[in-house]
Design a protein. Structure first.
Length: 196
């Protein structure tokens, strides 16, 4: 019984000695968190300076005709640039590359156009759809050789990606000396078998 009272007294003394220390620690933590909050979120000043403009803003509707002309010129320029970009993508297509490769090896084309068959100018224009994903090819573009110039016409379709292209026509159109346009069927060339 005596030992229980002694241990209870010792515990009470220790608890009473710890209480002031814990209150000091709690106060210190509270003050440090308040200081950190003030540093992270400084108070904004109550009054802001009023911004003034010394001159009037320009009226965007003052020159309607000029603005419309600029918009028309911009739209035309943008359309032309997009057309050139899409045409440039067509010139690098594998279909165009294989078509030119076949024409260079074709005996019919070499007899009519000569050697060194290539695009007719540095910036070739390929007209017509060239969509291999949908299976729709119907293109026309100009070519030239040592003897003359002509136009290639290629039309091919396919039902799905798993099927090869069905070539409807692959023609070389050449203007003869009398002014008539003559189409030569390159699919009938016995030397080269053309396929897409």
């Amino acid at each position: 019984m005596l030992s229980r009272r002694l241990t209870a007294n010792i515990l009470n003394k220790r608890i009473t000695s710890i209480k002031p220390i814990s209150s000091i620690i709690c106060r210190t933590i509270h003050q440090s968190t308040r200081i950190l909050n003030e540093q992270q979120n400084p108070q904004q000043p109550q009054h802001h300076r009023q911004v003034t403009v010394d001159r009037e803003f320009p009226d965007p509707f003052a020159k309607k005709k000029t603005n419309r002309r600029y918009m028309v010129v911009y739209a035309i320029g943008l359309t032309a640039m997009l057309a050139m970009i899409f045409n440039y993508e067509k010139t690098g297509s594998p279909i165009i590359t294989s078509t030119l490769y076949f024409v260079r090896r074709s005996k019919i084309a070499n007899e009519r156009l000569g050697e060194g068959i290539d695009f007719s100018n540095s910036f070739p224009w390929i007209s017509g759809p060239l969509n291999t994903v949908r299976g729709n090819i119907d293109i026309v573009f100009s070519v030239k050789g040592d003897k003359g110039t002509g136009r290639l016409k290629l039309k091919a379709t396919r039902e799905s990606k798993m099927n090869p292209f069905d070539i409807h026509h692959f023609l070389l159109e050449i203007k003869e000396e009398d002014g008539k346009l003559v189409d030569y069927d390159l699919l009938k060339d016995p030397d080269v078998q053309f396929a897409l």
